[in-house]
Design a protein around this ligand. Sequence first.
Ligand code: NAD
Ligand code: UDP
Length: 319
Amino acid sequence: MIERILVTGGAGFLGSYLCERLVDEGHDVICLDNFFTSQKSNVSHLLDRPNFELVRHDVTLPVFLEVDQIYNMACPAAPGHYQYNPIKTMKTSVMGAINMLGIAKRCGARILQASTSEVYGDPEVHPQTEDYRGSVNPIGIRACYDEGKRAAETLFMDYHRSNKVDVRIVRIFNTYGPRMHPFDGRVVSNFIRQALAGEDITIFGDGSQTRSFCFRDDLVDAIIGMMNHSDFIGPVNIGNPDEFTIKELAELVIEISGSSSKLVERPLPSDDPTRRRPDISLAKDKLGWEPKIKLAQGLERTIEWFKSINLSDYRPPTP
Ligand code: NAD
Ligand code: UDP
């Protein structure tokens, strides 16, 4: 069935690929974005499609739209981006959730929240299961993002219980791929840029901390599956359970790109989680989903994309 679908943050890394997939499926897609961390070029290829509409708007302000489904993706995701204006980050998560839940309530639309593995903070439980309540430092430099996303989950569940809003919550683990912001300061984009330029690869700390990296296409398959599941509301972990140390990631990027870059150590930022890996049993069971793309394969595709772009077309975030 053709749906009217709103994608907030639709010009971003994940949102733009999601819009592309939904437009290709024939839905009427409204992409809403304030371009804080994204470029119009991420969606310029969709502008002449009759079932695609681009709206410049900030989710912290109310908006009136009539839709059947909402993917609430608007929020800076990289530490450097969300720490740039931490108060705005918290507002985007909380006021953005309230405004979008208001539309869902008024229209009877189903609404999916792009939550995050960061709700688990620096986890004492490994791998992380959905029933683990997390270990977040509420006054640390990551709190604007982690606590903002936790508050958004609370709002989603309260609108669901109090107002019968049809909600879905996915907890996304580190995701990478083409169209990620090359200057977002995250580990995959930094390492690829550094490797291609032959610069030193900056390992924060000793590189023994771990992350589990999911390729963009696998991730978007899962969130579309979650949106269209008949009754499973989550929260559900979506990510790739293959876990790598940051040093292993650096070595893999060097090998695949054929780079001569050297590894250098830099100070570890505060509150940097020591390890992170999703338990995806619930996603497998409820959605029949698991990632298909291995890290080496996904990195090859991402490195090819980095080679194809002009870095001077990308700017740092602006308020
Ligand atoms: P991104 O920064 O590329 O995309 C976010 C988009 O939201 C951007 O286009 C940005 O301009 C827009 N935006 C930010 N604040 C806004 C506001 N106030 N009003 C309107 N638009 C606004 O990041 P992404 O990686 O595509 O992340 C998309 C969503 O997925 C985010 O909610 C993020 O928290 C979540 N997520 C991503 C990851 C990941 O690894 N990429 C992991 C966990 C969760
Ligand atoms: N990191 C690193 N070098 C970089 C950028 C990041 O070693 O140039 C580390 C960072 O300290 C963290 C991990 O890589 O341990 C992942 O960082 P990222 O910012 O990508 O995402 P996070 O999972 O921390 O939100």
